[in-house]
Design a protein around this ligand. Sequence first.
Ligand code: PAF
Length: 281
Amino acid sequence: MKLIQTVKELRSELDGLRKAGKTIGLVPTMGALHAGHASLVKRAVAENDVVVVSDFVNPTQFNDKNDLLKYPRTLEADCALLEACGAAFVFAPSVEEMYPEPDTRQFSYAPLDTVMEGKYRPGHFNGVCQVVSKLFLIVEPTRAYFGEKDFQQLAVIREMVRRYPFPIEIVGCPIVREVDGLALSSRNTRLSAEQREQALQISQTLFASVEYSKTHTVAETRLYVESRIARSEGLRLEYFEIVDGNTLQTVNGWDETEYIVGCITVFCGEVRLIDNIKYRG
Ligand code: PAF
């Protein structure tokens, strides 16, 4: 496995492989890798001749400077995990390398990117699209892999690929959870032991709400989740929405569409955690 820090070097490594007809899988990450990332990389390795993993904390997608500063950075450990997963290249550029000048491009996919995360983190998806589109232009992958935990991000990226258009297959991969149900996230490392225990209520509430939804309306199910989180010590709900899994617009009845997902964001102390669950489809 090779660690590469410049666009020029990565392109020259990949050009030859592409000319030789090799398929290239890309797994974009911000590092601080865990078993969830490992599952994306392993799938990419199984489905492509060569796999590139980007490891770059993208400043343009953080609307909160404190969150950016506190984002864990663990390149050495990341490389060990990626080597074990079979990645061929780790691309870990500096901010100057990715953004030699400020990126002024605007990506707007309303209403997909204006609800939920888009509402609470203005500019976030613009930054995600800036960096992901740059990675697509640099790597020119055959396929790119994203986790379904960032459900809205996956929908926005699919839309960007459709509209750009990029000749890339986007592969969504299932959420990986701890045995007790907590969705894996790089941010989990910032939880104290007590907060880790409290955070468990997020997935437990979502799981219980699936059962509840079978005999209750959408409004009742929303209320069930909101009030259970409100009663949970140490947690503060930012939003919980029950949406059409394709359009991300709020649904009011279970029969409105075939694919329905609940998306939640909760603060545990100052750590912002997201999760989602499928109700229908
Ligand atoms: O999901 C993430 O880790 C990031 O948003 C991504 C896709 C790597 C872009 O920086």
